[in-house]
Design a binder for this molecule. Structure first.
Ligand code: SAM
Length: 312
């Protein structure tokens, strides 16, 4: 309720609805409404869940980055909107604005780190036709299109695709979207440029979704890793020789990032991992993490991992 961008009434309604299953809707309704009445007086305990802290400490060797992550955990996140065109009064790279009360007419809501991920990797795609495999609700597809790419977007979730269409309708844009389960579909064509924004634990979105920090469950992370490897393996099959694949996750867990690429490169000796030119990211084995400290003046950012793979 305190960190989400959803209206309070919607959070109360959804939670009360969900608690009907346990026949506790009356109690949940009473507690949430009492919290809302008192919300300005509620003090937060600054507790960092140990399983989250363990991963942050393992991945980020810099004290200042770790401190910054722990500090931003307890700050309300700043929201951004990204313009589909250059604008001279934008905060960042002529495209990113703060999201204040209303979304500007030619903008869509997106994290500033997400913008940096796409901006810093577009130079690798030497074919303007690009396959975006896990595309909905379309944040990255729309950005790629705004940089001049022709995007073929696929996603398996109708719910997410509906949100994608909503975004396109508002922006008066067209993207070719198909509802496809990538792991089940047989592909006849091969591609020179592929973006794979894989499903993940979303650990890197902790500012906006503090719930992800509560319990980092190894079994769940391993399940994500299995899916990530399956989708990546299949993506490499339909990537043309000398083609580029950009692997992204909004997580910094080693299992979903460095280890996924380790496992793929151990199996395929024709994969080259490329360096990325961005002073806003931290270089690690197999790829880069967004450095949230580099976005301090913008109120921080989500932490993404990105790896650029070329098929030799
Ligand atoms: C991290 S989200 C993608 C966010 C999107 N790229 C953006 O920038 O707005 C991951 C997406 O992967 C989709 N997905 C998961 N497994 C899939 C599969 N087997 N085939 C196609 N899409 C899949 C999910 O439905 C979800 O929308």
């Amino acid at each position: 309720m305190f960190f989400s961008n959803k209206p309070h009434y919607a959070i109360v309604n959804d939670t009360v609805e969900a608690s009907k299953e346990f026949k506790k809707d009356g109690l949940v309704n009473a507690v949430l409404r009492s919290v809302l009445r008192d919300k300005d007086n509620i003090q937060f305990g600054k507790f960092i869940y140990p399983s989250f802290k363990k991963i942050v400490d393992k991945v980020f060797s810099s004290n200042s980055i770790r401190e910054y992550i722990y500090q931003t955990l307890f700050e309300k996140p700043i929201n951004y909107q990204v313009s589909i065109k250059d604008q001279k009064d934008a905060l960042y790279k002529k495209r990113v604005f703060l999201l204040e009360k209303k979304i500007k007419s030619n903008c869509f809501v997106q994290d500033i780190g997400n913008f940096e991920i796409i901006r810093s990797t577009i130079s690798f795609y030497h074919d303007k036709d690009i396959l975006d495999i896990c595309a909905a609700p379309g944040g990255k597809s729309i950005l790629l299109q705004s940089f001049g790419f022709k995007v073929y977007a696929i996603d398996k979730s109708q719910n997410q695709i509906n949100k994608f269409y909503e975004n396109l309708r508002r922006l008066k844009l067209k993207v070719n979207i198909k509802k496809i389960d990538f792991l089940k579909e047989k592909f006849l064509d091969k591609f020179n440029s592929i973006l794979l924004d894989a499903p993940c634990s979303a650990l890197g979105t902790f500012k906006r979704n503090p719930d992800v920090t509560k319990k980092v469950e190894l079994a769940q992370i391993k399940k994500h890793q299995k899916t990530q490897i399956e989708i990546l393996e299949k993506s490499l099959k339909i990537l043309k020789k000398n083609g580029f694949l950009v692997y992204v996750v909004c997580s910094f867990h080693p299992f979903e990032t460095i280890d996924v690429i380790d496992k793929i490169s151990q199996k395929h000796n024709n994969i080259k991992i490329h360096n990325i030119d961005s002073e806003k990211m931290i270089k690690r084995k197999n790829g880069y993490f967004i450095n949230p400290l580099k976005f301090k003046n913008f109120g921080g950012s989500d932490i993404f991992f990105v790896s650029v793979l070329e098929k030799k």
